[in-house]
Design a protein around this ligand. Sequence first.
Ligand code: NAP
Length: 291
Amino acid sequence: MFLVTGATGGIGRRVVRLLRQQEQSVRAFVRLTSHYGELEHRGAEIFIGDLHQEQDIKKATQGVQYIISAHGSGNDALSLDYRANIELIDQAKANRIQHFVFVSVLGADRGYEDAPVFKAKRAVERYLVDSGLNYTILRPTGLASNLLPLAEQFRETGLYLLIGDPKNRSSIVSTDDLARIIVDSVTVTEARNQILSVGGPEILQREDIPQIFGRIFNQQPIVINPPLFVIDGLRNVMGLLNPQTQTALGTYRTLLSNEFFCKKEEIADLEKIFNFQLETLENFLRRYLAV
Ligand SMILES: NC(=O)c1ccc[n+]([C@@H]2O[C@H](COP(=O)([O-])OP(=O)(O)OC[C@H]3O[C@@H](n4cnc5c(N)ncnc54)[C@H](OP(=O)(O)O)[C@@H]3O)[C@@H](O)[C@H]2O)c1
């Protein structure tokens, strides 16, 4: 039995789909408010709980052999990115599970001081490595599925909002490829007890993305490119209203102001370990946008 947290998220729902296609038994950790109908329909066991609650984590981990931690945290990195994962690892040990897959983030080890999600992920990575469990830690770059709503918006308006440096590089990964890597991590020997960066096959500059949209929709992009200090101004205003949101925006700013891409050798290694060719961003978008 696999336990998947974040089972209704961009990554988690694809993981559940793949596992069910392989007829694996899956327990999907969802909230009462989550949209989990599809997971139920696919035959996943639905566990309703909240990752803020230790008791829920304890119950959800009973009788599972594999844990895939793929939940997000909104504004609450301390409770969800940190505490919930520590509790999942503790319960994994207590239940002697066979393998723990943790979805971290590229750059978790770079010591970004102002980014609570990155700090929490790094602390969890360390805890997992020292746990004695079999693990795979995956550090993805940005996900291609995040761009689907922006592409739909572009289709309607031709507009693309690019905050910060257009030359910053990224290697956006197909969310379907990432899900496959997550699922295969429990069986591929070379992925056991490894920390792997996961990106797409190309290193793109951020300004390439509206160009890709333009090609897909056959439309000249209109790029609106405000400087990064717009986010700083927004953070300061938000700080007056809600300090927690101001802190969370630190992670967003870190994402906008730094480069997140995998080296060619890392991608070659990944393709070798998992034995498939990663798809390009353009290919992913064309499949989902049916163009
Ligand atoms: N998105 C990216 O570009 C990216 C890049 C690198 C790494 N990552 C990491 O990948 C992981 C998944 O990202 P994603 O984009 O797939 O996430 P997502 O689409 O934002 O989904 C977040 C998931 O977490 C669940 N969740 C949030 N709070 C919860 C709680 N208190 N109790 C139970 N479930 C809760 C959500 O449930 P609901 O459906 O109820 O909201 C949802 O299923 C995250 O750890 C993220 O840091 C993401």
